[in-house]
Ligand binder design. Structure first.
Ligand SMILES: Nc1nc2c(ncn2[C@@H]2O[C@H](COP(=O)(O)OP(=O)(O)OP(=O)(O)O)[C@@H](O)[C@H]2O)c(=O)[nH]1
Ligand SMILES: [Mg+2]
Length: 226
């Protein structure tokens, strides 16, 4: 074989390799970000919402210790959906699913937020400040569930309560981050020197109310679909 044949063969092999890599990366990218994560503390209504989204019906639930996974069809589009348990010992395992997360639906019980604002804010803070959530600009929908109850707080009030709680948490958490800066585990949320506001977060972030009990989840379905 002369030199020019060798060069031609090398070029052909390189081009083939490049095409394979491109096709594979396109395919895996498309495949890998198709999952909607349902997060939130215990009793928020994640499994109830998951069941209603997937099967169009309400079923009685027990507190989850393991995630539920399945497919969801909303007007001709299919999504993978994962309902993660809210128990405090396992709720942070959601990070394992971030590589495949297309969006995050963060569920809150609007009737108990007065008592639980600290744990809800801690969890939401953790999610929003994750470098992977920030880098990939994963959209987050905060769902204020149980709006059928007379004791449910209005969405705007919930937003303000969480803003001020996250603001409080931020000062303590930032101090902790500065101690261990080399392994960046969380990003600073919002603007330095300014009170925290959800609008300071770069991700698409929205609040809606819903009631799984009354099968009133249209806003959630619309958001997931778009
Ligand atoms: N009134 C009312 N109750 C609801 C609603 N959605 C869920 N619930 C009730 O809230 C309780 C908790 O619901 P789950 O779906 O099991 O809560 P979860 O978020 O999956 O809780 P964990 O699995 O412990 O993390 C159940 O008794 C549900 O029937 C709602 O829209 N309105
Ligand atoms: Mg559950």
């Amino acid at each position: 074989m002369d030199n020019s044949t060798l060069i031609k063969a090398a070029i052909a092999v390189t081009i083939l390799l490049l095409i394979t890599v491109l096709v594979l990366s396109f395919y895996t990218k498309k495949q890998s970000r198709n999952t909607v994560l349902l997060l939130g503390i215990c009793d928020a209504g994640k499994t109830s919402l998951y069941t209603l989204l997937r099967f169009g019906e309400k079923r009685s639930t027990v507190s989850s210790m393991k995630e539920n996974e399945g497919q969801l069809a909303i007007s001709n589009k299919t999504f993978d959906v994962v309902d993660l348990p809210g128990h405090e010992r396992v709720r942070y395992r959601y990070v394992d699913f971030l590589p495949v997360a297309q969006s995050i639906v963060f569920v809150i019980d609007s009737t108990t937020l007065n008592k639980q604002v600290r744990s809800v804010a801690e969890y939401l803070y953790d999610v929003l400040a994750k470098p992977q959530v920030q880098k990939n600009r994963i959209p987050v929908l905060v769902v204020c569930n149980k709006s059928d109850m007379i004791t449910a707080l209005p969405t705007e009030k919930i937003r303000l309560m969480l803003e001020s709680e996250i603001n409080r948490l931020r000062s303590t958490r930032t101090a902790r981050v500065e101690q261990s800066e080399e392994d960046e585990t969380e990003v600073f949320l919002g603007y330095e020197g300014e009170d925290f506001k959800f609008e300071h977060v770069d991700n698409e972030l929205e609040f809606v109310s819903c009631s799984v009990e009354n099968k009133d989840i249209e806003k959630v379905q619309d958001w997931i679909r778009n």
